[in-house]
Design a protein around this ligand. Structure first.
Ligand code: CTP
Length: 401
C-alpha cells in the first residue's frame, strides 16, 4: 500500500531550468496512486508547456488567479481546500522570497497563502543565489513556520557551476512527501507542551523573568505534530512562530500557564514540560508604577505551583516528560527530579556549556527513564526534538513495534 495512495497533491511549478523535472515528478507521484493537480507560474510556462503537465497529470493545469471556470470564480480557494499537501518543485529564489513575505500577486502565491495543508518547498537555483544571506534567511523563516524544505542537492548545475542548489532528485522528493503521510510515532495521540519563560508582574511596567528562548519547546511541538500528534503548545512570552497544525495558547505568568495546562491536559496522552516557569512570584502586584523613593526596597516572593508535578499527580495522568537544566552532577540531580516529581522521563542538559542550551539553536542531552539512560549528542534542537519524540512514542501504552 502506497502512503500517497488517493492523496491530493497540489504541485506548484515555478520558473527555472529544473522545471522540466516537474514532468517526471508528476509521473512518479501518479505511479504511487496520488491525485496530482498542477499550478504553474507564468515563468514556469517558459520552460515547460502546460500541455505536457496536463497530459501527465490527467487534470487541467491552473495558471490564472481569476478562473472563470471555477465555481464562484475562486479557483485558488477551491484548489487550496482540495490539497492534502502543497508541493512547490522547483521553487525559484524569487518565488521563495515572495512566499516568505506573504505576497499574493499570482495564482500560486495566493494559493500558498490560502492553503492550510502541509507545505513542501524544493528549491532549485544557481549555487551563488542559494548561498545569498537573503535566500538563506527566507529558507530559515519558512522552515520555522513549519514548511518542509526538501534539498537542494549539490553537484553540477545547468549553468556550469558546481555547488548546492540543484533540485533534489525526483525520487527523493516523492519519498519525503510520502514519509509525511506515514503513521508517525505519535499518530492518534494528544500532546501538550509548555515552552518559554513566564513573566511575573511586579507593577504595571515591571516583571521578573528569565532568559529562556522557548526554542526547545517549539522544536518539540513541531516534531510532535510532524509525528502525527494532535499538539497543543502553551507558550510564555517568546518571539517565535509555529506552524498552523499546532494549537498555540499564549500565556504570560506561571499562574496562567498552570491554568492553561490543566485545561489542555484533560484526556491527553503526553505532557512535555520544557517551560522555564518562574519558581517565585511577587506576593503583591502594585496597582501603580512603583516610584524610586527609598535607597532600598524589598520584594516579597512566594513559590509558584509546580506545573509538571501537578500534572503528574493527576489521577488520569498522561505520560509525563520533564526537563532538567543543571550545571553540575547533571544526571544525579535529574534523576532526583524524575523520582520526586514522579515522571516517566526526564531530559537532562548541562547548562554549564554556554554554547548549547537557552538561547542557542543547538543542544545536547541525556534522556533518562527509571531504567534507561540514553545520551543524545549535540545536534540542532529540531533533531534532538525528533529523537525525544521517537523515544516517547515507543514508550507509550498501546505502542506496538
Ligand atoms: N516546571 C514546571 N513548573 C514549575 C517549575 C518547573 O512545570 N513551576 C518544570 C519545568 O518545565 C521542567 C522541570 O519542571 O520540566 C524543571 O524542574 P525544576 O525542579 O523546577 O528545575 P529547576 O527550576 O532547575 O529547579 P532547581 O532550581 O531546584 O534545580
Amino acid at each position: 500500500m502506497y502512503e500517497l495512495s488517493n492523496r491530493h497533491i497540489l504541485l506548484g511549478v515555478t520558473g527555472g531550468i529544473a522545471a522540466y523535472k516537474a514532468a517526471d515528478l508528476v509521473r512518479r507521484l501518479r505511479d504511487q496512486n496520488a491525485f496530482v493537480k498542477v499550478v504553474m507560474t507564468l515563468a514556469a510556462t517558459e520552460f515547460i508547456t502546460p500541455l505536457t503537465m496536463q497530459a501527465l497529470s490527467g487534470e487541467p493545469v491552473h495558471l490564472e488567479l481569476l478562473d472563470a471556470d471555477a465555481e464562484a470564480g475562486m479557483g485558488h480557494i477551491e484548489l487550496a481546500r482540495w490539497a492534502d499537501a502543497l508541493l512547490i518543485a522547483p521553487a525559484s529564489a524569487n518565488f521563495i522570497a515572495r512566499i516568505t513575505h506573504g505576497q499574493a500577486d499570482d495564482l500560486l502565491s495566493t494559493l500558498y497563502l490560502a492553503c492550510a495543508a502541509p507545505k513542501f518547498v524544493a528549491p532549485a537555483m544557481n549555487q551563488a543565489m542559494w548561498g545569498q544571506p537573503s535566500t538563506q534567511t527566507n529558507i530559515q523563516t519558512l522552515s520555522e513556520r513549519g514548511v518542509q524544505i526538501l534539498g537542494p542537492a549539490a553537484g553540477e548545475q545547468a549553468c556550469g557551476d558546481i555547488g548546492e542548489g540543484r533540485l533534489l532528485e525526483v525520487a527523493d522528493i516523492v519519498s519525503e512527501v510520502s514519509n509525511h503521510f506515514q503513521c508517525g510515532a505519535l499518530a492518534g495521540r494528544r500532546v501538550v507542551i509548555t515552552a518559554g519563560p513566564t513573566q511575573e508582574a511586579i507593577d504595571p511596567v515591571r516583571y521578573l523573568s528569565n532568559r529562556s528562548s522557548g526554542k526547545m519547546g517549539f522544536a518539540l511541538a513541531r516534531a510532535a505534530a510532524e509525528a502525527g500528534g494532535e499538539t497543543t503548545l502553551i507558550a510564555g512570552p517568546v518571539q517565535l512562530s509555529c506552524a498552523d497544525n499546532i494549537r498555540r495558547v499564549n500565556v504570560i505568568s506561571a499562574k496562567q500557564m498552570l491554568a492553561a495546562t490543566l485545561k489542555a491536559v484533560d484526556d491527553c496522552d503526553v505532557f512535555i514540560a520544557t517551560a522555564a516557569v518562574a519558581d517565585y512570584t511577587p506576593v503583591q502586584v502594585a496597582d501603580n508604577k512603583i516610584k524610586k523613593n527609598a535607597a532600598e526596597m524589598e520584594l516579597t516572593l512566594q513559590r509558584t505551583d509546580d506545573i509538571l508535578a501537578t500534572v503528574s499527580a493527576l489521577p488520569q495522568r498522561p505520560y509525563c516528560v520533564g526537563f532538567a537544566a543543571e550545571t553540575d552532577d547533571v544526571i544525579a540531580y535529574a534523576r532526583g527530579k524524575l523520582e520526586r516529581k514522579k515522571l516517566d522521563m526526564i531530559i537532562a542538559n548541562d547548562v554549564s556549556d554556554q554554547t548549547i542550551g537557552f538561547q542557542s539553536d543547538e543542544n545536547a542531552a541525556t534522556l533518562i527513564t527509571a531504567d534507561t539512560e540514553l545520551l543524545l549528542p549535540r545536534t540542532s534542537k529540531l533533531n534532538l526534538a525528533k529523537q525525544i519524540i521517537d523515544q516517547v512514542g515507543t514508550r507509550l501504552p498501546g505502542h506496538s513495534d
